[in-house]
Design a protein around this ligand. Structure first.
Ligand code: AMP
Ligand code: MG
Length: 497
């Protein structure tokens, strides 16, 4: 086996060193016949790895869990969580391990985490495994989000283990190595708070502040400062999801990060037709995590974080609740402070200068898109053509009925009056914020189906397209097109795969 002189792991894992009580040291299962099927070379480089080392036998051994890199202590992290509103006191890494931490080229400390690494003390009834398709799906959606500029965990590598895993059918097993600012979740705080060990909760608070929100250390009340910071990053994150039509699908508190990164790409999807009620997850029967519910759900999740912090906010519980409530109540306003300028930018209006009527202009367009079931991404993109004086594409994205045509005429004339005369500059600015290419469900499914036929080509091509989502390129027209309508009506995604 090839050896590698050293891997660029940080000499210490701050999580392991500081947070005894929140993990169990654990090793991955052996992978019988590992094959590297995806390596994120630019990310590897950013982390200080040599991509060639990762492709070597020693690299693949590490990425498959067959070899533990020098100086690392893999651990299964403990966390709790509200899943669809119901509390589970003990979730934790049931099929994943934290491998260690790396300080990247920008000085940022990042977790390396393996998903699909086998059973752990947190596995409950699960097999601890992951299949190739869902792990490559996580690669695609994570890279799509990264390309869009939205905070996200990213995939460093996927290794096919050579072991079959039993789902509805037998599928090839895989391990995904994920890179995250950290894996601290609202559920981590819930777990720590539920132990009743005040010292542990305090250590977790200190660790989270140092790692993600150092400004909170300077606050008069650091626990409240952390809550305030997490409310801020999550408000911004959800606003960004809404602007691109992203539906996370499983916004449980264990899938809500303290860092503000999007995490856990399971049943997530981008909407085609604009619809606040859009739900893709096969198990989200009540629509709890529907597209339009995401802001309210995040506020609910942050309230669960606030509850865990109350004893550290104030000894007097009434005072603690009052202070935490005030911070939580800033969430809608802070979301709007990102969403409204973002929406103005999508419309070609100055994000920094709101004028009376702008909010209505945006809301009216969304209402029209909803009523006529218009493809969200292509309609916004086509609007920049309209700014250039060619409104054909925009009109075509609406149904060709006369009612829609009248609605669009009325809306377009208001919009044209508002965007001013420098149309070329307006259109260019719109193109910089309205993606041409998103990870459309039918394209993702097509790429994954090909992978199961041993053809990685469509997967790799899709990643290439999604790496530059704002730059329209000749020859990629099919990646910009909405799904065939039959597809959109029936598409479902699955959790726990
Ligand atoms: P997720 O829906 O991926 O956020 O997972 C929720 C919880 O279920 C976490 O505690 C996971 O570790 C656990 N889990 C999901 N899939 C499996 C599996 N195949 N085996 C064991 N645990 C799992
Ligand atoms: Mg999860």
């Amino acid at each position: 086996m090839t050896t590698v002189a050293s891997w660029p792991f940080a000499p210490e894992s701050t999580f392991v060193d500081q947070l005894d009580g929140l993990y169990v040291p654990w090793n991955a299962d052996a992978a019988p016949d590992p094959t590297l099927i995806f390596l994120n070379a630019p990310l590897a480089e950013e982390l200080g790895f040599d991509a060639a080392d990762l492709r070597s036998d020693a690299g693949v051994a590490m990425l498959s869990g067959n070899a533990v890199p020098d100086g690392t202590t893999p651990v299964a992290q403990a966390y709790a969580g509200h899943q669809f509103g119901g509390y589970s006191p003990r979730l934790g890494d049931g099929r994943a391990l934290l491998l260690g931490e790396v300080v990247d080229a920008h000085g940022r400390r990042r977790d390396l985490h393996m998903k699909g690494s086998g059973r752990t003390p947190f596995s409950r009834g699960g097999d601890g495994k992951a299949a190739v398709g869902p792990m490559l799906r996580e690669v695609i959606i994570g890279e799509a989000m990264y390309g869009l500029g939205i905070p996200t965990t990213r995939a460093l590598a996927v290794v096919a283990t050579g072991e079959p895993v039993a789902r509805d059918e037998i599928l090839p097993g895989a391990i995904l190595t994920r890179v995250a600012a950290s894996h601290l979740r609202v559920g981590t705080f819930q777990f720590a708070a539920a132990t009743g060990d005040r010292g542990l909760l305090q250590r977790l608070l200190d660790h989270a502040i140092a790692r993600h929100h150092p400004e909170a250390a300077e606050a008069a009340n650091p626990a409240l400062g952390l809550l305030d910071a997490v409310v801020g990053v999550q408000a911004s994150l959800i606003a960004q999801w809404m602007l691109v039509g992203f539906v996370h699908g499983v916004m449980n508190t264990d899938n809500t990060t303290i860092s503000g990164e999007t995490i856990d790409y399971g049943p997530c999807a981008f909407i085609d037709a604009y619809d606040p009620d859009a739900v893709f997850s096969s198990i989200d029967h009540g629509g709890r995590y529907a597209y339009g519910n995401q802001p309210a759900i995040m506020m609910w999740n942050l309230a669960r974080l606030a509850e865990t912090l109350l004893p550290l906010i104030d000894e007097d519980s009434e005072a603690a609740v009052a202070a935490a409530t005030e911070v939580l109540n800033s969430f809608p306003e802070r979301l709007a402070a990102v969403h409204e300028p973002g929406m103005r930018a999508k419309l070609g209006l100055d994000p920094a200068a709101e004028e009376p009527g702008d909010a209505e202009l945006a809301a009216d367009l969304l209402a029209l898109m909803h009523r006529h079931r218009v493809d969200h991404t292509s309609a916004f993109r086509a609007l920049s053509d309209a700014a250039r004086g060619q409104d054909g594409r925009f009109r075509q994205s609406f149904a060709a009925d006369s009612e829609a045509a009248l609605d669009i005429d009325a809306w377009l004339s208001r919009w044209v009056a508002r965007i001013g005369d420098d149309r070329t500059a307006v259109a260019a600015a719109m193109d910089a914020v309205n993606p041409v290419y998103i990870a459309r469900n039918h394209l993702v499914e097509e790429a994954l189906a090909a992978v199961y036929q041993n053809d990685l080509g469509p997967f790799e091509q899709l990643l290439e397209v999604l790496a530059a989502p704002y730059a329209e390129r000749a020859g990629l027209e099919r990646y910009a097109e909405p799904a065939p309508s039959e597809f959109g009506e029936t598409f479902q995604t699955f959790c726990g795969t």
